[in-house]
Design a protein around this ligand. Structure first.
Ligand code: 5GP
Ligand code: ZN
Length: 113
């Protein structure tokens, strides 16, 4: 996908601080962290948002959550973490490439909106 920031990060055209990578997904630190630990986990394939997911993506999404679970252990997120994926304008999505925020390292308000 041309002009997609996260596709450029996948390609290595834009640098990122990677914490995990395999054939299908990449995890890197958010450039503007909202918590002491703020990781973005993305599929390497360009998918615009959760709204564009189909049955063909079920294995990929399951894999991404397994990676998140492994990362939570490797990064020592023993006190908990939050996974967020913003989809569309009302959710405040600013990058149009599916991504899962993993936030941890401080108590977070239970209210989501
Ligand atoms: P959204 O607002 O779409 O849910 O999340 C996009 C996230 O991407 C934001 O938290 C923002 O800080 C992060 N971000 C934007 N540009 C870059 C970048 O160039 N590098 C990294 N590592 N994160 C970015
Ligand atoms: Zn993309």
């Amino acid at each position: 996908m041309e002009d997609c920031l996260f596709c450029s990060i996948v390609k290595g055209d834009i640098p990122s601080t990677k914490v995990y990578e395999d054939d299908v997904c990449l995890a890197f630190r958010d450039i503007n962290p909202l918590a002491p630990t703020h990781i973005l986990v993305i599929p390497k394939e360009h998918i615009a948002s959760c709204a564009e997911l189909g049955e063909e993506h079920e294995a990929l999404i399951g894999h991404i959550f397994t990676v998140i679970a492994k990362l939570s252990k490797e990064l020592g997120l023993k006190d908990g973490f939050r996974v967020v994926s913003n989809s569309g304008i009302d959710a405040g999505q600013t990058v149009g490439h599916l991504h899962f925020h993993v936030l941890a390292g401080k108590p977070m308000n239970a209210k989501m909106v």
